[in-house]
Each structure stands twice: as C-alpha cells, then as structure tokens.
Design a binder for this molecule. Structure first.
Ligand SMILES: N[C@@H](CCC(=O)N[C@@H](CS)C(=O)NCC(=O)O)C(=O)O
Length: 194
C-alpha cells in the first residue's frame, strides 16, 4: 500500500492535516514542492492542503481531517452518530465563524498583510464565537467531554491563529486553558516541522 501524500507546508493550513495524521500514527509523505503543473490534477483550486490516498484525492482541510479521522482515527473519531454530528458541527462552525477573522488578525500581526482596521474588527467578531465555545467548555476538558477528538484538533488548529495573533484570551479562561492543552500536544509540536 502506498503512503498517503499530504501536499503543503507546515506553516499553512496543511498543519491541520499533518497534526491529524501524526495523532493517528498515519505514515505520510509531505509534498512541499507542490507548485507544479501536475498539482492541478490533485487540487484544481491550486490550494493546500491536498491529500492523496491511493486513488482518492481530496482538498479542503476539514474534509481531509474528517476523512483521516474516520479511516484511521482510533480514539479521535467518536463511535456514536450523535458525537460524529458534534464533530461536524464544531468543524464547520470554526470554519464559518472563526477562520476568517482569525486569519485577518494573524496576517496583520505577522506583517503578511497589514490591515489594522480589519484586525480590530476581527477581534470584535471573535468575541461571540469565543464566548460560545468558552461556555460549552465549562466542566469539560475537551469539546465532546473527557477525550481529545478530531473536533478539538480542527477547532484548535484554527483558533490557534488568534492566539498567535496575540488576541487576549483572558476573557475566555475555559477556551484559553483548553487551547493550551490541545496545542501543547507532542504531535502538534512535531507537525509544526512537517
Ligand atoms: N478552505 C481551504 C483553504 C485553502 C487555502 O486557502 N490554502 C492556502 C494556504 S493556507 C493556499 O493554498 N494558498 C495558495 C498557495 O499557498 O499557493 C482549506 O481549508 O483547505
């Protein structure tokens, strides 16, 4: 069986897929020199991450992670349909409610795309979703309860951008502690290197 290939760099959204693959012990090849004409066959959007698993090619980071978790997830993919629904819920929620403002803040903070006004608006926009997640995490170590799952990974990989962009998380202590628990996992640290 050929190795799974993950296209991208750890400094991009490919980090999510690399972190997920490492958590699940998936043997993968990181394809960093993806900017080739052939890459259009893998992802016609010419974006990363993309994944190849045998005959299957996938794009969209959340789709890739949900696929990996369902196929290889061990403890990361919950057993019940209800918990699987919660995984979808939080994965789609973070992409629609959090990703854009968090990215604006990150790019401004690191000088990749200076936009102080956009970043300030992003900080305001994050208050509502961060309040919702903080409340949800009251009395829970992880979003589904006691155990770290792909829902936490998908959430933390996006919310980590806000932390890296120096958003003050002190108004949301449950979220802040949970984020530190997730991002300090050894596989997250390793995935930052590829
Ligand atoms: N919604 C897509 C967004 C993918 C995306 O925009 N990726 C960026 C990098 S983080 C990209 O590929 N930009 C063009 C490039 O780097 O060549 C996903 O989550 O996978």
């Amino acid at each position: 069986m050929s190795k799974i290939r993950i296209f991208g760099s750890p400094q991009s959204r490919a980090f999510r897929a690399l972190w997920a693959a490492r958590e699940m012990g998936v043997d993968y090849e990181l394809v960093s020199d993806y900017k080739t004409p052939d890459f259009a066959k893998v992802n016609p959007n010419a974006k990363i991450p993309a994944l190849q698993d045998g005959d299957l090619t996938l794009f969209e980071s959340m789709a890739i992670n949900l696929y990996l978790a369902q196929k290889f997830g061990k403890g990361l993919w919950p057993g019940s349909a209800a918990d699987q629904g919660r995984v979808y819920q939080w994965s789609f929620w973070v992409m629609t409610e959090v990703e854009k403002p968090a990215l604006t803040i990150l790019m401004d903070a690191f000088g990749m795309k200076a936009d102080p006004e956009g970043a300030a608006a992003g900080r305001t926009a994050l208050e509502k979703p961060f309040g919702i997640l903080d409340k949800h995490l009251t009395g829970r170590d992880y979003v589904l309860g006691k155990d770290f799952t792909i829902a936490d990974l998908n959430l933390a990989a996006v919310i980590g951008w806000a932390k890296a962009g120096k958003v003050d998380l002190s108004p949301w202590p449950n979220l802040s502690a949970w984020l530190d628990r997730c991002l300090s996992r050894p596989h997250a640290t390793a995935a930052r290197k590829g």
